[in-house]
Design a binder for this molecule. Structure first.
Ligand code: SIN
Length: 357
């Protein structure tokens, strides 16, 4: 075992067995809850240079926290393992569980903010879901890492530190759910993973970041104008499950097979990730018209990373009774459509939601 792995192993053992290792409580510090869900930030590799082919979601929340003793100077941090998965296995059922726990914790007067450690692959979807359903103005920060905990220059510890700094900051309140990696703060609605392996992967290419962590404090440059958290109409606190919504990607020759599969699977909504400005092939249009005639809500999105889909542009949405996704990516449009369907099946109302959130 090399020195780095040995150190991590010691940290894990220390976290499991030592209460004395915790720094003395500083009464004036805020309480921040760290909810761990897995991902690379909790991943381990065979060697310190393993940055591909490692195992995600293996280190527990106590060890993640214990590996950053500096957290004790910023907040009283308590850890909770909500689940331990690689984020490609995240499902709407996990979103509901997580949202319930975040809402419970933030309703407590003694909790100042929440940090959620998460795999980076679907982090943006969970972040946007929480942005739409958390009923609190207290800071909620999603954080992950691109390198496993055992790697040379692992980014997880600093990312976790920055996330706790952000969640503990009164300045971060009321800004919606935020994503904080690589010293950058982004809005849950706008951010997307842009690079498979770079540390600077979470970006909002068109709209820009909200701010940065600089010298151990958050500095904000802009605010999102879209409604979020307590200002939304979505409340999932009493829901046991969410409506089934699928995404179909258009490509040259894609035909209607994906759309037919969605109809057969019994979805209540389809997000069509169309070409260009959300354009529809002849086959896709016919299949989507059929889907709509069966009551399925159709949202036209685009597979292009930038720009909005124009209503009544590439398709006559008024006549077809379709909805357009504005500038939401297909995966974010799916999150919003899922929540919209918890409220209504009226496409005018759903279009209003796409303009608003
Ligand atoms: C995951 O999303 O769980 C794996 C990849 C990562 O966290 O970077």
């Amino acid at each position: 075992m090399n020195a780095r792995l040995a150190r991590l192993a010691l940290t894990i053992v220390a976290a499991a067995f030592s209460v004395e290792a915790q720094p003395a409580r500083e009464p004036r510090l805020p309480n921040v809850a760290v909810l761990a869900t897995g991902g690379t930030i909790a991943g381990t590799g065979a060697t310190s240079t393993t940055t591909v082919g490692y195992k995600a979601a293996t280190v527990g929340v106590d060890a993640l926290i214990a590996a950053v003793p500096e957290l004790g100077k910023v907040a009283h941090v308590s850890g909770e393992q909500v689940f331990q998965i690689a984020s490609e296995n995240m499902t709407p059922a996990h979103w509901l569980l997580l949202a319930a726990r975040v809402n419970e914790l933030l309703a407590r007067e003694d909790v100042a903010g929440a940090v959620i450690t998460h795999g980076t692959d679907t982090l943006e979807e969970t972040a946007y879901f929480l942005d739409l359903v958390v009923k609190s103005t207290k800071p909620v920060v999603l954080v992950g890492a691109m390198r496993p905990a055992t790697a040379l220059s692992a980014d997880g510890p600093m990312n976790l530190y920055n996330a706790v700094v952000l969640a503990a900051s009164p300045d971060a309140a009321g800004r919606g759910v935020m994503v904080c990696l690589n010293d950058q703060i982004n809005a849950a609605r706008d951010v997307t993973k842009t690079d498979t392996s770079s540390l600077e992967t979470f970006r909002a290419p068109e709209l820009g970041l909200l701010g940065v962590i600089e010298g151990g404090r958050p500095v904000f440059y802009r605010a999102s104008t879209r409604l979020h958290t307590g200002a939304t109409e979505f409340d999932v606190r009493n829901l046991q499950e969410l409506p089934k919504v699928g995404i179909v990607l258009a490509y040259a020759g894609s035909g209607r097979v994906g759309i037919d599969a969605m109809i057969a699977a019994g979805v209540r909504g389809i997000v069509h990730a169309g070409t260009g400005n959300g354009s529809l092939s002849i086959d896709a249009k016919a299949a989507l018209v059929e889907a709509r005639s069966k009551g399925i809500v159709v949202v036209r999105a685009s597979r292009i990373p930038g720009g909005a889909v124009a209503r009544n542009g590439e398709a006559d949405d008024d006549a077809l009774d379709f909805v357009v996704a504005d500038n939401l990516s297909p995966q974010k449009a799916r999150v919003l459509l899922t929540l919209a369907l918890t409220r209504t099946a009226d496409t005018r109302e759903i279009q209003r939601m796409f303009w608003r959130y």
